[in-house]
Design a protein. Structure first.
Length: 226
């Protein structure tokens, strides 16, 4: 059973009109562009649902609805960016259940990733350099072969950038994006689930953020919007 107190970080596979939204920005060394899920660290007293609602508003200016996933999977790293997936019963303490649970070996806690949907266009805030919008073929492209941001955009890739990023830098998918092709192989209908039943937990958790200011879309470079 996974409980809120067991969760260190929480994020989402965010669907925007059938496209997966991922944050993109320079790595600490500045030699690549990290592609990571939207989300972050759970604050004291927060539930996992409140955490992802706050993080998605702060990072991308969107209100989200969390989806009931077809199953929950535990992802165990096997080395070289590979992961073993197994079905997991997360228990009833998290509702809806996360799609993905990744153990954090050092702390004994977990990182979880929900499946979520938003009808709003994600806009990178000051915390996020840009957002990539990926269809299934783009997910496979980014995880299957080295590719630069420039090459990604040249192939019709979609992005919303807060500021110009070096197009010659390679895109480096982090864990949740690396795992996504395996999830899509198990559940190819994932991109369509946003059109089915959803909950309002994400929106409800935004009650205390009603005065927050949404990032200014006019300041983003819209290479292509979902």
């Amino acid at each position: 059973m996974v409980r809120d107190d067991d969760i260190a970080t929480a994020g989402v596979y965010l669907l925007c009109r059938g496209l997966f939204a991922f944050a993109v920005g320079p790595s600490p060394a500045g030699d690549r562009l990290a592609v990571i899920r939207l989300g972050g660290h759970r604050e004291a007293g927060e539930t996992a649902a409140q955490c992802v609602a706050r993080e998605l508003w702060e990072e991308a200016g969107v209100r989200i609805s969390l989806l009931d996933p077809p199953a929950t999977y535990r992802a165990t790293p096997t080395g070289w960016g590979a992961y073993h997936l197994e079905r997991l019963d997360p228990g009833a303490s998290l509702a809806p259940a996360p799609l993905l649970v990744t153990p954090r070996e050092r702390s004994g806690q977990h990182s979880i990733t929900y499946l979520a949907v938003s009808e709003e266009t994600p806009v990178p805030s000051s915390e996020v350099a840009g957002i990539l919008l990926l269809d299934v073929s783009a997910v496979r492209l980014l995880t299957g072969t080295p590719i630069t941001l420039g090459d990604f955009l040249a192939t019709g890739g979609r992005a919303v950038l807060r500021a110009p990023l070096d197009p010659s830098l390679p895109l480096s998918p982090f864990a949740q994006l690396q795992i996504l092709p395996q999830l899509l192989a198990l559940r190819p209908d994932l991109p369509d689930l946003g059109r089915i039943a959803r909950t309002d937990l994400g929106r409800a958790a935004l009650t205390d953020l009603s005065r927050a200011t949404r990032p200014d879309l006019s300041r983003a470079t819209r290479t292509d919007l979902c």
